[in-house]
Write a protein that binds this ligand. Structure first.
Ligand code: 13P
Length: 340
C-alpha cells in the first residue's frame, strides 16, 4: 500500500475552498431525477447532462473531485474525450461509486445492508485503469421504532471497513459513507445518538480491518431533525451538534469529512457547512460531497434543452461558489440574492 499517495489524494480532495460533486446516481436514481424535469432517461441524455456539469467553466475553483457511476466513467464528452480524462485535465479528481446498492438485510425486517464486496478487488483494478483515484460506498441506516438494530449497524460497518481496506490495497482512497437517513419524525437528539453509535461502530471496524485512516475520507450525515419532526433545529444548533458528535467519534487522523446533503435544500446544506466551519477549531477539514444540493438547481435550469446549457452551468457554478465560501465559514444568504 502506497500510504503517501493515498494521503496526498485524500488531502487534495479537501483542499481549501473545494469539495466534491457526487454525480454517481445509479441509472435508476438518474431516471427519477430526469422524470422530475420530464426528460427521457436515455444513455445519451444522462451523458449530455453529466457533460454539462463536467465542462462548466470555472467550477474547478471549488470542485476537487467528482464521483462517477459505472456507466458515466465509461462515457465521453461530445468531442470524444473520456470523462475521467476531461476531469483530470481540469485538475478535478475522478472518483467512482463501487457499492452495488442497499438490499434487505436477511432476518432484519425494514433494514438494509449495502452489497458489492464480491469481485470488488477486480472491479477496483479496472476503475483504477479507467482513471479513478478515489471511491465511495454508501451504507444506509434508518431511524424508526426500535431501529436501527445493533445487528444492522454491525453488518454495515463491517462491509464499509472491508471495502475501505480493498480500496487502499488498490491505491484508491475510500470515502466511507454511513448515512443515517433524515426520513421520519425523530428529533435532532435521536439523530445525534444514532449517528454517534454508527460512527463509533464504523471506526472500530476500520481499525479492526487495518485501514490507514490518514488515507480515507468520511462522508456522514449532519446531526439534524428528522424531516417530519415538528420541531426543526436551527442552523447553529445543527452545526454545534454535528461537530460535537464528530469530535466524539472520528479520529483526528482522518484528514477530511465531506458531508452528504441527504434531502436538505441546497441553501440549507450550504448554511450548515458554513456554520460548522465558522465555529472554529476542529481537527479535520469540513467539506461537502453533495449530490442533490449541488444538482437540483442545475436540473431545474437545464430541463433537457441544449439552449439552457449555459444557464444550467451558471447554476452549478453558483452553488459551487457558495459551498466554496462555506468551506471557511464565509457564506451568507446575501450571496444567493446577489446571483439572482
Ligand atoms: P446527496 O447529497 O443528494 O445526499 O447525495 C450524496 C451522495 O452521494 C449519497 O450517496
Amino acid at each position: 500500500m502506497d500510504r503517501d499517495r493515498l494521503e496526498r489524494t485524500a488531502r487534495l480532495l479537501v483542499a481549501p475552498g473545494k469539495g466534491i460533486l457526487a454525480a454517481d446516481e445509479s441509472t435508476g436514481t438518474m431516471k427519477k431525477r430526469l422524470d422530475g424535469i420530464q426528460v427521457a432517461s436515455t444513455a445519451e441524455n444522462r451523458r449530455a447532462y453529466r457533460e454539462l456539469m463536467f465542462t462548466a467553466p470555472g467550477v474547478e475553483a471549488h470542485i476537487s473531485g467528482v464521483i462517477l457511476y459505472d456507466e458515466t466513467i465509461r462515457q465521453s464528452a461530445a468531442d470524444g474525450t473520456p470523462f475521467p480524462r476531461l476531469l483530470a485535465g481540469r485538475g478535478i479528481a475522478p472518483g467512482i461509486k463501487v457499492d452495488t446498492g442497499a438490499k434487505p438485510l436477511a432476518g432484519f425486517g425494514g433494514e438494509v445492508v449495502t452489497e458489492g464486496l464480491d469481485g470488488l478487488r477486480e472491479r477496483l483494478a479496472e476503475y483504477r485503469d479507467l482513471g479513478a483515484t478515489f471511491a465511495k460506498w454508501r451504507a444506509v441506516i434508518a431511524i424508526g421504532d426500535g431501529l436501527p438494530t445493533a445487528g444492522c449497524v454491525a453488518a454495515n460497518a463491517h462491509a464499509l471497513a472491508r471495502y475501505a481496506a480493498l480500496c487502499q490495497d488498490a491505491g484508491i482512497v475510500p470515502i466511507v459513507e454511513p448515512e443515517v437517513l433524515m426520513d421520519g419524525d425523530h428529533t435532532l437528539e435521536r439523530c445525534d445518538a444514532v449517528t454517534e453509535a454508527v460512527l463509533s461502530a464504523v471506526y472500530a471496524e476500520l481499525r479492526a480491518q487495518r485501514v490507514h485512516l490518514e488515507g480515507t475520507l468520511l462522508k456522514p450525515n449532519m446531526v439534524i431533525s428528522g424531516q417530519a419532526c415538528p420541531v426543526q433545529a436551527d442552523v447553529r444548533t445543527v452545526a454545534e451538534a454535528t461537530v460535537r458528535c464528530l469530535r466524539r467519534t472520528v479520529p483526528g487522523a482522518v484528514p477530511g469529512i465531506v458531508f452528504l446533503s441527504g434531502g436538505q435544500t441546497p441553501e440549507q446544506a450550504t448554511a450548515h457547512l458554513s456554520a460548522m466551519n465558522a465555529l472554529g477549531t476542529h481537527p479535520w477539514e469540513l467539506s461537502f460531497s453533495y449530490g442533490r444540493a449541488l444538482q437540483q438547481p442545475v436540473l431545474q435550469a437545464w430541463k433537457g434543452q441544449a439552449a439552457n446549457a449555459a444557464a444550467a452551468q451558471a447554476a452549478f457554478r453558483h452553488r459551487a461558489r457558495c459551498n466554496g465560501a462555506a468551506r471557511d465559514g464565509t457564506y451568507t444568504a446575501a450571496m444567493e440574492s446577489a446571483a439572482a
